[in-house]
Write a protein that binds this ligand. Structure first.
Ligand SMILES: [Zn+2]
Length: 138
């Protein structure tokens, strides 16, 4: 991808790991004090496009990076996440698959709202969605 920031990544001093399938960097747009990205070397827009071997590999690299990040900055927790933005709706700054490792601290001001919806999902709604997902597993 010609204009993709990760396909054209040049900022070598922030690369903390790399191999033939991925690289890990310190984010220049952190959402907390520290923020690590594990990025596929090849351009994939979302997880579904990532070949199984690469997907397994990048999660193993995330595991390895998580341990190093834990030792490096002694967080209270690490949020590990990724966004699949199918609609180009602004959920990703860069449409290139990556895993985010975000060290979290009790007193950090970064809020991830994990509170459930006010209306509890009914068993019927949950089982209907379960059937929809299972039907598409193939
Ligand atoms: Zn890219």
């Amino acid at each position: 991808m010609k204009k993709c920031a990760f396909c054209n990544f040049q900022d070598k001093q922030v690369v903390i790991y790399q191999d033939s399938l991925c690289f890990a960097i310190i984010s220049k747009d952190p959402i907390n004090r520290q923020h690590v990205l594990i990025v596929t070397k090849k351009h994939y827009q979302g997880l579904a496009e990532v070949p199984a071997g690469t997907a397994a590999h990048i999660f193993l690299v995330a595991k390895k990076m998580s341990k190093a990040v834990e030792k490096a900055c002694k967080p209270d927790a690490i949020t590990c996440t990724f966004d699949d933005d199918f609609s180009n709706g602004g959920f990703n700054l860069v449409q290139h698959f990556k895993i985010h490792l975000i060290p979290r601290f009790r007193k950090d001001r970064h809020l991830i709202d994990w509170s459930p919806l006010r209306v509890r999902a009914s068993a019927k709604l949950r089982s209907r969605f379960a059937e929809e997902v299972k039907r598409r597993l193939g």
